[in-house]
Design a protein around this ligand. Sequence first.
Ligand code: GLN
Ligand code: ZN
Length: 759
Amino acid sequence: MTVISSTIGYPYIGENREWKRALESFWAGKTSEEQLLQVTKDIRLSRLQKQKESGIDLIPVGDFTLYDRVLDTAVMFGMIPERYGWNGGQVPLSTYFSMARGNASTVACEMTKWFDTNYHYIVPEYEGRKLAVTENKPLIEYREAKQELGIEGKPVLIGPYTFLKLSKGYETKDIPAFLLQLLPLYEKVLVELQAEGVEWIQLDEPILSTSISQDEMKTVHEIYSQLQKAVTQSKLFIQTYFDSVEWYEETIALPVDGIGLDFVHGLKNNQKSLEAHGFPADKVFGAGVIDGRNIWRANLQNKLALLDTLQQHVSVENLWIQPSCSLQHVPVTIASEQKLDSTIKTALAFADEKIVEVATLVKAVREGADAIVHELRESVDACEQLAQLPARNRQDVLQAVNNIGNVPSKRPTPFAERRVKQEEAFNLPLLPTTTIGSFPQTPEVRATRTKWRKGEITEQQYGDFVFDEIKQWVDIQEKIGLDVFVHGEFERTDMVEYFGEKLDGYVFTEKAWVVSYGSRCVKPPIIYGDIAFVEPMTVKESVYAQSLTDKPMKGMLTGPVTMLNWSFVRDDLSLKDVTYQIALALRKEIEALEAAGIHMIQVDEPALREGLPLKKDEWNEYLDWAVNAFRISTATVQDTTQIHTHMCYCDFNHFIDSISALDADVISIETSRSHGELVHAFNTFHYDKGIGLGVYDIHSPRVPSIEEMVEIIEKGLEVLDVKQFWINPDCGLKTRKKEETVASLENMLTATKKVREQL
Ligand code: GLN
Ligand code: ZN
């Protein structure tokens, strides 16, 4: 054997989001289950074929999903919460999708961020019930690849320890019992793969890249000892990613046949460990050298140099060259982009281009660098030309960031005093009701925007249309009786794209979609240059909306950290400096809103948490600059201007003090889907500012009942003062239908009034 190319996972959405469309038309009842399965099979196979044609030697199978791979794993093991009424046997697609999305009578499973990415997985729930393999999904996909395309695939599974750690519903003391159930199931799946003649099986254990304890590492060792005993023919390959492994020596000593390490995001530490401790000669070494999470083209010369240093410790026979993680985190192909500036386009690589980079590196290792002279030169040139762009070298922005220490980052008056002034200024009832910002982006809203983008209607016509939507929803809010209004964000496709288009330093793609959760895709903009404010971005819509009502209208912005975390970011500057650039630009927008008479301004930071490094010892540094960036954007407003912020999926227990340090007058957070677990954070930390705990799940089409919202409000009031409590949905409502939204908000208001009456 010699060096080979391998991939860890590949996007499943299709070049034109065929996957998303297939799912959504099935959910809408427009296509049958058979049609769904046929379309998705075609997508599944074409992506395998593409990897083969690009020269990938070892192609993963089983990385495809109809919703989410963690959910697939739970379903494969029959880990289906009792509330879905499943009674054994094959799991119907309807049950699978109910777990993901909820149905008329049952709430969906919780959803949360996949490590530090913007992808969300469905959280498996272990209820202590008996588990059993319902179907061997990796095997089915392995067979399919072999039969249909002659591809000898590498089945991939989420590894047992990562699966266990991502599941909920059990306590530490239950872990042995959980494992006792789980491991025989893994064994069964692996042994069946082995019986089929599978050579390599990839088990993803990204959890090894987080701050797990040494004791946990022992458990991991025991798990793999047991699996290794059962699997004697097939070879097990543990794949880690997103950072260096916490326990390098223990990881490389695991009883498996190969280990994949991230030499992009975990480069420094993994390399240090490799130099200090070497790598076992009897294992395959998966070198994740091509960035699987960012979209920049690799400088192949640097990558070859890196591979040279790795090869001082690993023989070429045992080397796999691969991306740093699954390519599902990057868009499919740069070939779809027709409008990008050519210097920028040449400096980008999406999944299809990255697999070619992998194959090119393999060629160089096999045949010598001379074999790729042309590719080398092209890649180096592309990177150099990007670096020299004037937009990346702006002195004004550089100086402003260098001067950041002198910029105000603290509101002059403490919260307790601001609060009194704001109470007077706004005169809101107890338990003020509001929403998070967006209202339904109906097909009409989207179609009108498309027309405007294509030049089929004028700027004026589009602007009028947006104003009409705003007016319609101000009237609706008036009728429902909300206390604080929003304009509805009809002019925005997406909370980052909208701002990015109006700031300097961003570029946009046409089709560079990645999955955020379920079928929901996002098209992260690209921060390629220095970020700078150009002109007001939201003032027109907010001012118009405010002119229609006496109720306070919240201005609505996306915060600096979210602008960062939901973009693809240049990798020549620190994340901190890029965030400060954005913060300084947003501050100008906030000042413009305030000057235009908007006195409540919400600065959303839903992505604050996902930027947390995987390693706990790096959290403080991140939180310091992230919080500071928010404060730099918001610190200069008057005492009577109320700053709101919003976050989704917050594991508050760990960093509630940082959230408090944002010094936002009001925060709204998602809580309904985590079934009130969050509330406990407030028992241990005294949070004094305004806070809205989301009272219903906006990810599900289901209209929540009055009673369940009353219950959530009452639960919140057990730990929070009624004077600080706000009532709102979990998140923005742009993905919902109008009728659902109105019905849900009416129920929310009725629930609020009921609770108010009991006060
Ligand atoms: N203001 C945004 C909206 O309502 C917030 C969305 C989010 O937090 N993801 O759409
Ligand atoms: Zn949200």
